[in-house]
Design a protein around this ligand. Structure first.
Ligand SMILES: C[S@@+](CC[C@H](N)C(=O)[O-])C[C@H]1O[C@@H](n2cnc3c(N)ncnc32)[C@H](O)[C@@H]1O
Length: 237
């Protein structure tokens, strides 16, 4: 039994490893898993393909880890549930491989146009997007059939929290609304970071279980939740 680090009427945070905490969540109890995992592709992400730990073997190792928590996501999700997971172009092969291993198919790749262009190099183009893979359970359905797969949403938040991978609350709210979770439905984020998914869920009248391994980010998430109200740009989407 893992003691909650934080709990209020709608949000519970566990300061724990996702692979320890996910198995404690009841099977078939969750409407959506919305998360932004560490990419853990080691030397590949650092661009050093010549390194011993780089290349395809490195990618396959991380695919094993991804498949392990995808299986847990599959177990906790309802038959009508969905998993939305942030990624970038380098992690797509890992996401695809892990999805096949876990038996949870990727049914869309959402392009998030960050309306901001990062620094370039001589061998690559300047990055301006990230992706969110949608993995759907057999009974999942998006009621509004016209939702496109490219979304524009400013990367910056009104008041940055200090977490290096913080995502915009408004973007996550849009994901939660698209996933058509019923009022009071349960969302899980196994890699909570600064608490963005929990804030977005609570602001929409949903419940959220967040798991985060590092105490400093649990503390940050708890203090964001305790502050309550969202800024106008966090609500807009
Ligand atoms: C990409 S960040 C998430 C950022 C978040 N979306 C936000 O808006 O702040 C991934 C988080 O996963 C946490 N993490 C890494 N490995 C973990 C594990 N095995 N179990 C739980 N959390 C983990 C990291 O500490 C980090 O805060």
């Amino acid at each position: 039994m893992i003691e909650p680090y934080y709990a209020d009427d709608s949000v519970t945070i566990y300061c724990a490893d996702a692979l320890e905490a996910l198995p404690t969540i009841a099977a078939g109890s969750v409407h959506a898993v919305v998360t932004d995992p560490p990419y853990v592709i080691g030397a590949v992400s650092a661009g050093n393909m010549a390194s011993k730990s780089g290349g395809w073997a490195d990618m396959m190792n991380s695919a094993l880890w991804f498949a392990t928590w995808y299986r847990q996501a599959d177990r906790v999700l309802k038959h009508t549930g969905s998993l939305w997971t942030f990624a970038n172009w380098r992690t797509i092969p890992v996401v695809m491989r892990a999805a096949i291993d876990a038996g949870l198919p990727v049914t869309s790749l959402l392009i998030w146009d960050k309306e901001w262009i990062g620094p370039g190099g001589t061998q690559g183009l300047r990055p301006s997007y990230e992706v969110v893979a949608l993995l759907a359970k057999p009974g999942f359905a998006i009621p509004e059939r016209g939702v496109p797969d490219v979304w524009r949403h400013k990367v910056g938040s009104y008041k940055p929290t200090g977490h290096p991978a913080e995502k915009p609350v408004g973007l996550v709210r849009r994901i939660l609304r698209t996933a058509a979770i019923p009022p009071g439905g349960l969302v899980v984020d196994p890699f909570l970071g600064s608490g963005t998914t929990a804030l977005a869920a609570a602001s929409l009248g949903l419940r959220c279980i967040g798991i985060e391994a590092e105490e400093r980010w649990c503390e940050l998430a708890a203090s964001r939740l305790a502050q309550g109200a969202l800024f106008a740009d966090e609500v807009a989407s």
